[in-house]
Design a binder for this molecule. Structure first.
Ligand code: GLY
Ligand code: MN
Ligand code: MN
Length: 434
């Protein structure tokens, strides 16, 4: 942990002191959240702590944990003591981090919050505690969310480790695909090599063979093996104390015109990664991606229209219907991607790119994904045929590509001014050359 964690804590403390000064507060109480249960069941959903609480601690935060932040004071961790012989006990993790906290063990009935200053506000899921009377504060959420986009060195290190863990999984998944395994077995190979259970994944891994590669968020895992599967699209990540990686690779078995399309999209992805530097408006980069997709459609004889005509008729969006990327952090689609400033004012995507999750200008040490795609989605192709006169697309060639599904290539980038750091490709290079 060395000095990164203490530095991270002081950056957070500075941000929260600014927030308390801005909203005239004496304390902020952050709740991790509580477990939720399946309907009429005593089994709970997998627990993911509120990111605003997780951000303060160097281990996975558990439910019913509270943080108390006050200006000029060591933060307090209210640790849930569980008198519960059904589940594992909840010991406080050992470590140097403890030197930076007051730790107050509390049972569910303890009214520890009653001694807080009058001007206190809470952040996070509303606690289901009896007599809880701390008010929320309008605007506080947006204020702290805006700053989450720019990561501290401690957060960058966690994101880097999350990429490394996932890359071990991706390499195992590729081998499982080449061995002709099922989607389920490919996913199990990914989980085993990245050392996680499916409940620990930062998002449900997407493992699509053949046509399933065209389903953007395909979450089913078919259990039958396909010895000669044509395509694997795997979009899967891992976490390091809450910080996520979000990585996609697309593989094919033979050298053919689909593998040529993968090579073309990979080159486009790398060029977009090179362009993703400080000062670039992400909307403009998304637009460059649409131009790049139009060029690919042209080069690979899928659409004969000029790039200008394609853009005017929105042909690239038929094959690339999602956004180019998003902020990445404790949440895979991290908060604040549409915020203009700390006030919470939004800059929403326009109808050229309705699913764009990031409309901000890139800043040093933001961590984002770059994830262009090119898919053959029958529903969108039929819609184009119905809606666009003179679309210029070669429908026979498209029919040839439909059994391959589609392609997405996704890397995680730490934004810098000259050239950004590609956390994902760095991890592939390091692990491949081991
Ligand atoms: N894995 C979801 C995404 O790429 O945004
Ligand atoms: Mn992804
Ligand atoms: Mn993504």
């Amino acid at each position: 942990m060395n000095t990164l964690y203490p530095q991270h804590l002081s950056s957070l403390m500075q941000r929260y002191e600014n927030a308390m000064a801005h909203f005239e507060l004496d304390a902020i109480v952050i709740a991790s959240g509580h477990k939720t249960y399946y309907f009429q069941d005593d089994h709970s959903h997998p627990f993911h702590g509120y990111s605003g609480a997780q951000q303060w601690l160097p281990f996975d935060i558990s439910a019913d944990t509270f943080l108390i932040i006050q200006p000029g004071q060591k933060p307090t961790l209210v640790w849930p003591v569980r008198d519960d012989f059904w589940h594992t006990p909840n010991p406080i993790p050992e470590g140097e981090w403890q030197n930076h906290w007051h730790i107050t063990p509390a049972r569910r009935d303890d009214k520890w919050w009653q001694s807080l200053p009058k001007q206190s506000a809470w952040l996070g899921p509303k606690p289901d505690l009896e007599k809880w009377d701390i008010a929320s504060c309008d605007g506080l959420n947006a204020y702290v969310d805006f700053a989450k986009a720019v990561k501290t060195p401690f957060e960058i290190q966690a994101l880097q480790r999350a990429s490394q863990a996932a890359v071990h999984g991706h390499l195992a998944a590729k081998q499982a695909f080449l061995a002709g395994q099922s989607e389920l077995d490919i996913h199990l190979a990914f989980l085993s090599a990245s050392q996680q259970t499916s409940a620990q994944e930062p998002y449900p891994g997407i493992v699509g063979l053949n046509e399933h590669a065209a389903v953007l968020h395909y979450e089913h895992k078919a259990s039958h093996a396909i010895p000669n599967s044509r395509t694997l699209l795997i979009d899967a990540g891992a976490s390091c104390h809450g910080y996520a990686s979000d990585i996609t690779r697309t593989y094919t078995r033979h050298q053919d015109d689909f593998s040529a399309l993968i090579t073309g999209l990979d080159a486009l992805e790398q060029s977009l990664c090179q362009q993703a530097v400080t000062g670039v408006a992400f909307r403009d980069l998304h637009q460059s991606c649409l131009v790049g997709v139009a060029q690919l459609l042209n080069d690979h004889k899928i659409c004969s229209l000029s790039m200008e005509e394609q853009l005017e008729k929105r042909i690239p969006q038929v094959f690339f219907p999602h956004g180019l990327g998003h902020l990445l952090g404790l949440q895979v689609h991290d908060v604040g991607g549409h915020q203009v400033d700390t006030s919470g004012q939004l800059s929403l995507p326009d109808d050229q790119a309705p699913f764009l999750r990031l409309t901000r200008t890139l800043e040093e040490d933001m961590v984002i994904t770059i994830e262009p795609g090119l898919y053959f989605i029958p529903m969108l192709i039929e819609k184009m045929q119905a809606d666009v006169a003179h679309h210029g697309c070669d429908l026979e060639r498209i029919q040839h590509f439909i059994p391959y599904g589609g392609i997405r290539i996704e890397d995680n980038l730490q934004i810098k001014s000259g050239s950004s750091v590609n956390l994902t490709r760095d991890a592939f290079h390091a692990i491949d050359s081991d």
